[in-house]
Design a protein around this ligand. Structure first.
Ligand code: ZN
Length: 683
């Protein structure tokens, strides 16, 4: 549960000159549909890597793409057959491409690709196609036989019947969140109570080094009605995909930068073979402790946002390498980690007496895969197991080139003019938001998630369905509190004592207003990061009411966030941090639930409508994601890699079609066995 997704991927407010590796000629923007904008990202520094490093990145990138089908199937059992059917229609369509039905179908296809399935990647609501059911039925009926799914009627019913698989991740704590979720992590018919009873029976509360229960398993039912875990492993679930991942990991291992890296790649492979979560812990420890390698990667079942109970992880991969210049900033922060921990405003009992090896670096992403693609994080802090973090430390990264791509694509989109209260605030944001945003990510990942400790005997899953929201709140509050600390000036990281105000203003504006652009009118806030941001912003708004610390004011009929006292705002962040840390350290579920439900969930409908209307005049997409660059190895006569070329030749549709053609590890490409089918008819 340790990733940071962009608070305001859509926001503008980033000054051109503040961006380190800007290249105004790079074609960042790729596609725009529904509520999505697709971008490309540059990979600064790739060409300066050694041939060995490039070769390693190439093989790790192949491993990253081989897992694509896993996340599709995890997201919903219908996703892969539906994707195959939709892609067959997309390629075989012979009708009018200017018709409204076709355009709506194409938008739906692009949405499904972007979400790795039929549910929105963020809201997790099932998409509602804008084309009629008869359009799809007609197109499917016209497909060549080899492309026609036997169960097409059922698949079409799933797409169009709003009652079926309505929501991927149900967060409504007043209902059964397992039974109410359409994700494929639990077999149909299994209830939340059954799952909780299952794990309560096998968890040992006194085990100081517990495995991450359920992390790599789908839960199913035995013939006698009892539950069992089906593990994701070579000879288990997702075996064919895992076999390919193992193959490319073992190729990458040949180019490892040192013996330690070679060794933990072997452990990761052993874990993929056996599904043994103790091996995963062993791998995670060695991976966290490797700070020497420049090329690095995440590949596995890592984050559990897709599980309403926060246990089973989604498959994802990041291939990356260290940005040596920017890492000086993060290294300064991490080498002072104990100072930040010891001076934090939380009860000393909940502080870590010895912060263990928090390593931090700024990286450039080279390849995004699985759940990290096309929508991705801008920061990561792993491993997730609390005992590993306490005993061995964690690795925290800020993804620099992705943050830059967001910033570059946002220039001049009118956001500041519409939402920021006055020009001095706007100018401060232009000047300092890029660096304070990046610093917020550094502090959130490197110090925030790594801070604090549980009291002895407290279960790390005690906050259950509110655990993700409260964990994100803890990390955000830690970052917000310290962004305003004179320590950052003393360390030479910031050069202006007012710089933090840029991030404070953005945070309050986003939490109180602008993030609502991502939500449909009438809905509540559901996603954990969004709940966290609203929780923090509304809590300080209310608790600072008396002193008018922050206000919502009206000007010319429009609502604006007005911050009157930045110092008191910082104090309030500190107070809330102390309370959220207490809730986490004591495992106080009731207090956590109250906090989330009071501040994080409900929306003022009038304000919501105003925000949507104001955004509508700007055409700023609520969500963004990326396509990956292409890596092409160059071989010598002996078959050795002598170089790897990077290029960006594709648009969004071309990349999605290529991935489905070349990386369908769990769905047979439908034409392979059918000679009668035209070679390209099903691709
Ligand atoms: Zn986080």
């Amino acid at each position: 549960m340790k990733k940071l997704i962009p608070a305001l991927a859509a926001g503008a407010m980033l000054s051109f000159s503040a961006i380190a590796n800007e290249n105004p000629d790079f074609p960042y923007k790729v596609d725009r549909f529904a509520d999505i904008e697709v971008l490309r990202y540059e990979v600064p520094g790739f060409n300066d890597l050694t041939t060995r490093q490039k070769a390693m990145i190439y093989y790790l990138s192949e491993a990253a793409q081989m897992g694509r089908d896993i996340i599709w199937d995890q997201n919903c059992a219908y996703n892969l057959p539906i994707r195959r059917m939709l892609e067959a229609v997309y390629t075989n369509y012979k009708g009018d491409r200017n018709s409204q039905d076709w355009k709506n179908f194409e938008t739906y296809m692009k949405q499904v690709w972007f979400a790795n399935g039929i549910h929105h990647h963020y809201s997790t609501d099932k998409f509602t196609p804008a084309f009629p059911r008869t359009f799809l039925e007609t197109q499917v009926a016209a497909l060549p036989d080899c492309c026609k799914p036997a169960d097409s009627a059922e698949l079409i019913e799933v797409i169009f019947n709003p009652e079926i698989a309505a929501k991927r991740v149900c967060q409504d704590s007043s209902s059964d969140v397992v039974a109410g979720s359409a994700g494929n992590l639990y077999a149909p018919g299994i209830t939340q109570a059954e799952v909780e009873a299952y794990y309560a029976a096998i968890k040992d509360p006194n085990d100081p080094t517990p495995i991450s229960y359920g992390l790599n398993a789908r839960m199913d039912r035995n013939a006698d009605g009892t539950l069992r875990e089906d593990h994701y492993q070579l000879n288990g679930l997702y075996g064919p995909a895992i076999a390919k991942i193992i193959y490319y990991l073992s190729k990458a291992r040949e180019y490892a930068e040192n013996d330690a890296q070679k060794s933990y790649i072997s452990t990761l492979i052993d874990y993929y073979i056996t599904g043994d979560l103790r091996l995963f812990d062993e791998y995670s420890i060695a991976w966290a402790e490797d700070t020497a390698s420049q090329v690095d990667f995440v590949n596995g079942f890592i984050e559990s946002y897709g599980d309403p109970l926060g246990m089973t992880a989604s498959w994802e991969s990041y291939v990356n390498f260290k940005n040596l210049d920017s890492s000086r900033r993060t290294e300064t922060i991490s080498s002072n980690a104990q100072w930040f921990e010891s001076n934090s405003p939380v009860d000393p009992r909940f502080r870590k007496p010895n912060v263990k090896g928090v390593s931090a670096k700024a990286i450039n992403a080279a390849m995004l895969g699985g759940d990290a693609f096309p929508s991705t994080a801008i920061g990561i802090n792993l491993p997730n197991a609390n005992w590993i973090r306490a005993a061995h430390g964690s690795k925290s990264v800020t993804i620099e080139n992705i943050t830059e791509a967001y910033a570059m694509a946002s220039i001049g989109n009118g956001f500041n003019e519409e939402f920021v209260i006055d020009s001095p605030t706007s100018e401060l944001m232009d000047k300092y938001l890029y660096i304070t945003d990046m610093l917020h990510t550094d502090l959130h990942e490197c110090l925030g998630h790594a801070s604090g400790q549980l009291l002895p005997g407290v279960d790390q899953d005690a906050l259950k369905e509110h655990g993700s929201t409260l964990e994100e709140a803890r990390a955000d509050l830690f970052a917000l509190y310290y962004l305003a600390d004179p320590k950052l000036l003393e360390l030479g990281i910031l050069d202006n004592p007012d710089a933090y105000k840029a991030e404070y203003y953005k945070y309050m504006l986003n939490g109180l207003m602008t993030q609502l652009n991502r939500i449909e009118l009438g809905n509540d806030v559901e996603e954990a990061h969004m709940r966290n941001r609203q929780l923090i912003a509304k809590w300080v708004l209310e608790h600072g009411k008396k002193g008018k610390v922050v206000e919502l004011v009206k000007r010319g009929g429009k609502t604006y966030v007005k911050i009157n006292d930045y110092k008191k705002l910082r104090d309030l962040f500190g107070q809330l941090l102390a309370e959220v840390q207490r809730i986490k350290s004591e495992g106080d579920y009731a207090a956590g639930e109250k906090l989330v439900n009071t501040y994080g969930v409900k929306i003022d409908r009038k304000l919501h409508k105003e925000v949507l209307d104001r955004f509508a005049t700007l055409d700023i997409p609520p969500y963004r994601g990326f396509i990956n660059p292409l890596y092409t190895p160059v071989y010598d006569a002996k078959g050795e890699i002598t170089d790897v070329k990077i290029s960006w030749p594709e648009d969004y549709v071309q990349q999605m079609q290529r991935l489905s053609r070349d990386y369908s590890t769990l769905t047979p490409a439908c034409c392979k066995a059918q000679k009668s089918c035209a070679p390209n008819s099903c691709k």
